[in-house]
Ligand binder design. Structure first.
Ligand SMILES: [Zn+2]
Length: 285
């Protein structure tokens, strides 16, 4: 009788603890996130200082006159990654540890589960050092999407289906141009190789996310000799116009081939590779 009386509260306490553990496993993390967001809101409420220092010769009228004609800046690119990790849980852990200094707006699991980790309007740390066109701060201008993948495997059908649905929503909501769906390796040649060679870029382009070259170039009856390149065609200029940073030409070619050629990913551009590049670059003009 006495034991029973003791057991009931002990069991209740254990149940409560177990329940709050599952419910609140990210409680402290989410609290810290909320505090950081509130700090940013506070900084937006501050009236900008018109003078940076006494020696500053820049003069801006001291009178602050706030306009009401504004909104929050919108993302205009989507950058796709693979996580190079073993599971969705492992990636979530990585993105919730302060010391890693990396994150992304969305992570998509192999089973198609989408986890959002940051408001689209906030700046995630996923792109790092890189350049696309003249944009040198892709973290500021883009949404980052990480796909759970160990780096050398195929992407699952459920994962790609979820990705396409998410891209559709983002493209419509922020009016993101078709050309602005890129991979991490595109903006960071020589530094990044994700998403890996199995990533279905053509399928994305067919759905309106990024460009792809005309199918006829790959058809069995296609005769390369009947398609001369223009005399003044310059492959590096074409890569630059698409958006690649060509300061390291070999690295730019490797990134281009990882995205568009795939059948081999070396530093040489064959005649067919150049025809594909020529065909593509006209779409980016
Ligand atoms: Zn990446």
């Amino acid at each position: 009788m006495r034991v029973q009386r003791l057991l009931v509260p002990v069991l209740l306490l254990t149940q409560t603890l177990l329940f709050s553990c599952t419910r609140d496993s990210y409680f402290l993390n989410n609290k810290a996130h909320e505090k950081q967001v509130k700090d940013r809101i506070q900084s937006l409420l501050e009236i900008p200082s018109t003078k940076q220092s006494n020696t500053d010769s820049l003069t801006i009228n001291d009178q602050w006159i706030g306009t009401t004609n504004f909104s929050i800046r919108r993302p205009n690119f989507v950058v796709i990654h693979h996580t190079a990790q073993e599971s969705l849980d492992q990636t979530i852990t990585t993105f919730t540890l302060t010391r890693t200094q990396v994150s992304s707006h969305y992570v998509i699991g192999r089973d198609g589960t989408i986890v959002q980790m940051l408001n689209d309007y906030l700046r995630s740390w996923h792109a790092g050092r890189g350049k696309w066109g003249n944009d040198t701060d892709l973290n500021s201008s883009s949404i980052g999407i990480e796909l759970d993948n160990n780096g050398s495997e195929y992407f699952s059908e459920q994962q790609i289906e979820s990705l396409l649905l998410l891209l559709g929503r983002l493209k419509e909501k922020y009016n993101i141009p078709t050309a602005n769906f890129i991979g991490h390796s595109d903006l960071a040649p020589g530094r990044k190789v994700d998403p890996n060679v199995y990533f279905p870029w053509k399928r994305l382009a067919d759905a309106g996310f990024g460009f792809w070259y005309d199918e006829e170039l790959m058809s069995p009856g296609f005769e390369q000799s009947k398609h001369p390149l223009p005399e003044n065609f310059n492959a590096m200029d074409a890569l630059r116009i698409i958006g690649y940073d060509i300061s390291d030409p070999e690295a730019a070619i490797l990134s281009f081939k990882l995205h568009f050629i795939k059948r081999d990913v070396d530093k040489d551009l064959s005649y067919l590779d150049q025809l594909i590049l020529y065909n593509l670059y006209k779409k980016y003009l």
